[in-house]
Design a protein around this ligand. Structure first.
Ligand code: SF4
Length: 327
């Protein structure tokens, strides 16, 4: 089944109109919603990929106050960028942002690529981020598919968040984008997935898509079947199992993973945090242990961080000394 055939019997015009009308009255007011500057949009996407909106919105304001333009980010030291990224996790994302800024400034004359293919060639910019920037900053009618959008479209179009494969979902997302207001469409689907079509408890009663949503239709049919079965059981004075309902597949819990504090990711984060707190260009001794990680584990983590460009190592130091990259 292709994306267009998935939509063959679907009222595309109605879903576009209803979602955009809902967004105009119910969409979230966020500090980065008013901008079409691709740099500012990219920063918002980088921050929000792993950060809740309640922390991400003020973090975006702080970061873009510190680095208001792509030129200012390109000119900063990686150490300054990593310090400004404190608390946002995934430090490589901060370095990638700066690599993008330096490519845009040094190689592209300060102008971001204006299409998906060009955006995807930038460091750390994947299919979702490229399409989010393309639609919001450049007004291109392309569908940005993250987990929220996947859930909304999967449920509405196919009756379940996990039915459509990645390629088909992308085709559906692209086919649904209105040529008018693709930026608002991208924002609207993100808001709908975050606030209404929630993973465990979708608020179908408050959803603009409900009258055409296949998931909601199946749920209503299942509830109706439940009621009929209950009535029949009461009539016969016997109990019956309820009819199956369409539900999102539950996530596995208790999967046996080690505690976070014992993971290399935790250790890497603590090392970078220690270096953030150090004076700008000073070396910091890191002999270990840190937490439950012994000196050997600390040295291994330092080597990995240095290979990724997140720290600089003093080559002559033993025990190891490190600092955030200064150039
Ligand atoms: S009607 Fe319910 S399941 Fe369908 S898109 Fe809206 S919130 Fe999600």
């Amino acid at each position: 089944m292709t994306g267009s055939s998935s939509l063959a019997d679907f009222p595309v015009g109605a879903i576009r109109a209803d979602i955009l009308a809902w967004y105009d009255t119910e969409g979230r007011t966020l500090p980065f919603r008013g901008t079409t500057d691709p740099y500012l949009v990219l920063v918002s996407e980088a921050i929000l990929q792993q950060t809740q909106i309640s922390r991400g919105a003020p973090a975006w304001e702080a970061f873009t106050t510190r680095f208001p333009t792509v030129e200012s980010l390109a000119a900063a030291s990686p150490a300054d960028v990593l310090r400004a990224w404190r608390g946002l996790g995934y430090n490589r994302r901060a370095l990638n942002l700066q690599r993008v800024a330096r490519i845009v400034v040094d190689e592209l004359g300060g102008v971001f690529p204006g299409d998906v293919a060009g955006l995807e060639r930038l460091p750390g910019v994947g299919p979702y981020t490229a399409r989010a920037v393309a639609s919001i900053a450049f007004g291109l009618p392309v569908g940005a598919v993250d987990t929220n959008v996947r859930r909304v479209l999967g449920r509405a179009i196919a009756g379940d968040a996990d039915v459509l494969g990645a390629a088909e979902l992308q085709a559906v997302a692209d086919a649904l984008v209105p040529t008018r207001r693709p930026d608002a469409w991208t924002h609207a689907l993100m808001d709908l997935g975050s606030t209404v079509c929630r993973p465990r408890a979708p608020r179908c009663d408050a959803c603009p898509v409900r009258r055409m949503c296949r998931f909601a239709g199946l749920a209503a049919a299942a509830a109706s079947a439940d009621r009929a079965a209950t009535r029949a059981a009461e009539d016969r004075s016997v109990s019956r199992a309820p009819a199956p309902r369409p539900v999102s597949r539950p996530r596995a819990v208790g999967d046996g993973r080690i505690p976070f504090e014992r993971s290399s990711r935790w250790l890497r984060g603590r090392i970078v945090d220690r270096l953030r707190d150090a004076p700008a260009t000073a070396w910091t001794e890191l002999p270990g242990p840190i937490g439950t990680h012994d000196a050997r584990a600390v040295a291994t983590a330092l080597s990995a961080l240095a290979a990724e460009g997140l720290v600089e190592l003093d080559p002559a130091a033993d025990p190891p000394r490190a600092r955030l990259p200064v150039a």
